[in-house]
Each structure stands twice: as structure tokens, then as C-alpha cells.
Design a protein around this ligand. Structure first.
Ligand SMILES: [Zn+2]
Length: 192
């Protein structure tokens, strides 16, 4: 089995291949990270329009600030809400839903006080469904490298992705891990 660097895991990972549909509808045999399932081929091309609303749910303030900075400074998103735990994340989704506005992107730490990221995401999906809103792309932040059990949990929230924050040398590396995922999310949303 061959190996490649996966930007989401932040490590050299074994890779496999699987058919993947590109935003333009073509199907290619793509190279996927065997840990987290990220497509490692260059899929996103061209100029991407910014996303409108994002929310960052992370109880560690310095990581939350680094993610918000990365999203705003690069012009990826126009507005960002912050949530310090899972309950606050659900409150943000509720507020947007009541205003009949969809959230485009949610970056969600899996381990948070009061309500975990996965439990909060389940409630967020229910809120979107009830209000007939398009599902936000979810990027889960995890302190551990993705294993098959975690990958399966994350895939149940599709469109959903994963970033390993456990092996960052510094928070300055976060934009490097966010970049490829957000480019892919933008390409997918444009293709809708
Ligand atoms: Zn990976």
C-alpha cells in the first residue's frame, strides 16, 4: 500500500483509491486517505466564491481564534459566529434557522464541555431538516488521528470532513489544514 501526506491528518497516511464525482459531474478514480477519507487529488480548481456564514465551535480560545482568523483573513467566509461549547453551537443554528438563513460551514471541535461536537452536530442537522435549510458543511476538529470508527461517525454527517488538531506544531499550521478542505467545500457548493 502506498503512502502520502494527508493535510487533514497532518501525517503521512496509507492511501487507497475509490471513484469520486467531481463538481462538474465527471467521475474519476481518486486517491483517498485511508484514515480520514479525504480525497488527496487536486479536485478544486478555478476561483471560488466566498461562503456567507460560518460558525466555529471550540472551547480552546487560542484554537478558536486561529480558525476564525484563517477563515476571515483569506476571504473564505464573510461572517463568523463563535460558540464555546456544543450548547452554544446549537443556539447559533437555532438563531439562523429562525431567521430562515442557512449556515454554510461549521468548524466543530469533537470534545467540548456541556455537549460534545458530535451530539451538537446531530441536533444541528435536525434543526436544518425541520426548517428545510441546506446542510452546513461540517469540519470536525479532533485531538486524535482518524480511525475507521470515527470516520464512519463523521461520514454519517455528510457533507462532513475532519482535521487532526492533535499533532499541530503550532496553531499557525491550522490554515494549512483548513485550506484544502474549504476549497473542496466551496467547489461542491458552487456545483449545486
Ligand atoms: Zn487523512
Amino acid at each position: 500500500m502506498s503512502s502520502r501526506f494527508c493535510p487533514a491528518c497532518g501525517t503521512v497516511c496509507p492511501v487507497g483509491s475509490a471513484p469520486v464525482q467531481l463538481p462538474d459531474g465527471a467521475v474519476i478514480e481518486a486517491t483517498l486517505c485511508a484514515h480520514c477519507g479525504l480525497c488527496l487529488d487536486e479536485l478544486a480548481t478555478g476561483v471560488h466564491t466566498p461562503l456567507e456564514h460560518a460558525v466555529v465551535a471550540e472551547d480552546a480560545g487560542f484554537i478558536a481564534r486561529a480558525v476564525v482568523d484563517a477563515l476571515l483573513r483569506s476571504g473564505i467566509v464573510r461572517t463568523v459566529d463563535l460558540a464555546a461549547d456544543g450548547l452554544e453551537l446549537v443556539a447559533v443554528f437555532t438563531r439562523y434557522a429562525q431567521a430562515r438563513q442557512a449556515i454554510d460551514l461549521a468548524v466543530v471541535d469533537i470534545e467540548m464541555p456541556r455537549l460534545s461536537g458530535l451530539a451538537a452536530a446531530r441536533m444541528a442537522r435536525a434543526i436544518e431538516h425541520k426548517h428545510e435549510l441546506a446542510p452546513a458543511a461540517l469540519i470536525f476538529l479532533s485531538g486524535v488521528v482518524c480511525d475507521p470508527a470515527l470516520r464512519q461517525q463523521i461520514q454519517a454527517f455528510a457533507p462532513a470532513y475532519y482535521i487532526n488538531k492533535g499533532n499541530l506544531a503550532s496553531v499557525d499550521e491550522l490554515p494549512v489544514r483548513l485550506g484544502p478542505l474549504v476549497a473542496r467545500i466551496q467547489a461542491e457548493r458552487r456545483a449545486r
